[in-house]
Design a protein around this ligand. Sequence first.
Ligand code: ADP
Length: 403
Amino acid sequence: MKVLVINSGSSSLKFQLFDMQSKSVLARGLVDRIGVKGTSLLKFAVDKNKEEKEVQAGNHQEALETVMQCLVAPGKGPLTSLDEINAVGHRVLHGGKVYESVLIDESIKKIIDDCSIMGPLHNPPGLMGINAAERLLPGVPQVAVFDTAFFQTMPEKAYTYALPYDICNTYGIRRYGFHGTSHRYVVRQALQLPALAGKEKKAVALITCHLGNGCSITASIGGKAVDTSMGLTPLEGLVMGTRCGDIDPAIVPFLQKNAGMSADEMDTMMNKKSGLLGLTGISSDMRDIEEAAERGEDKAVLALDIFCYRIIKYIGAYAFAMGGVDAVCFTAGIGENSPIVRKRICKGLGRLGIVLDEEANEAAFGREAIISSPVSQVLVAVVPTNEELMIAMETAEVTAKTD
Ligand code: ADP
């Protein structure tokens, strides 16, 4: 079975084509600057052969058409015919209360459209990608894999905000959670770690830390999410590259009244000008922050401190909320590649019985590794995420169910 995975952004379309038997990637790439006349760029890779060229992509359909031409290009593409594509999996940010990956029909498209108010930057382009794929591959099953779905198992006490109940009901205000595909994949991988083999799967309590440009942390028991740090939108929770994460909500009306900032200005400030970037004025990229902290720059030292401290607080809270924790897993760009961040966090978790294996931590870059010492009471692991493969697996599963 071959599954095409599509991740549509407002001006980009990323794709990967999977062979599901071997779980291998047959081709991958992206079309960037969609709709920016004369400058759209296609990147296409099959194994180590990479191609980059300017293309005409005025919209998502033209972008996908270009990708498909490459997939079947004689001597270059991995397919002889587009008929070989058995299903298409779409990454969709917000699925509201939809709790699993689903075959797309008109009612699902309406839900995606309705949820655009909560995911204005992602849901509309997601729909564009779906419509384009439907037109170009008629009759091929299209599956939506929602970033929010993994969190639908959370109990009411974890997803309800203490605002007037009716207001929340009317506007659909609740904790939805994001990065669900990543957390689901990492949890699945972690549950297969030999180090956890002796535990009863149903009861294994995990804390997964997705630390990339966006950062989120999830508590799960037996593979089911019980709490997560992102909320109605991806703004809540940890300190991120450009997002502030948790703040006192009263700061919003305070600045609106006292600094004359509009709702849109507040939104932009909290989402795009805060986090590591806002704290330092240097960069949103953790590598730059680590380098600046190494040079002794005060703001970078403080930003690194705040970043790690927030994560320590969440891990402590989730460990208590679950009545204990069996493993803490780090994933995504920072989680997989920053021994400095992992070490600082683990140092703050000594009271949980966490003991880091410093050598293993220093050696773990972008690959699965246990980084806790054998005497540690909680396992600590680096588990690389693979959202695209997870989307492909979900797509294959949904397609098989509906066959
Ligand atoms: P996205 O959320 O966009 O998928 P990634 O998961 O790629 O992002 O993570 C990007 C983050 O990972 C950036 O802050 C980057 O600095 C950080 N990162 C990547 N490699 C390293 C490294 N070697 N050390 C520290 N941080 C790293």
